[in-house]
Write a protein that binds this ligand. Structure first.
Ligand SMILES: [Zn+2]
Length: 121
């Protein structure tokens, strides 16, 4: 798997760390895409049946494909919950860190641990 673009990274970050802010239909669609991905990897579909959905709202969210779905969920979460989502940007290059609590940049490798607890720089 190649390195993600900053845009793909933002999508993964929001969905991985703030997926709890998904709506019910988004969550159903998300689970159904997970099941679909596993089936494509060769998993048997039967145990994954309860991840799949007939919910019309979820199906309509799924109609444009997984990448478009993930980007839409990201945009909606960022729009509806600006107070809950911490976008942890690197103080040096402005890239988004790997996790909300990371103290090291995954783009330029700048490390800002030393800033905690004092004005040292
Ligand atoms: Zn950086």
């Amino acid at each position: 798997m190649g390195k993600r673009t900053p845009d793909e990274h933002l999508t993964k970050y929001v969905i991985d760390y703030y997926g709890g802010l998904m709506t019910r239909a988004e969550w159903l669609a998300y689970r159904a895409f997970l099941a679909e991905g596993k089936i494509q990897q060769g998993y048997s579909p039967e145990p994954l049946e309860d991840l799949q959905t007939n919910d019309p709202d979820a199906l309509s969210l799924m109609s444009a494909g997984v990448d478009s779905f993930r980007r839409r969920v990201r945009e909606r979460i960022l729009r509806d919950h600006p107070d809950k989502v911490l976008l942890n940007y690197c103080p040096k290059c402005g890239g988004l860190a790997t996790t909300p609590k990371a103290r090291q940049c995954c783009w330029c490798f700048h490390d800002w641990h030393a800033r905690e607890g004092g004005p040292r720089d």
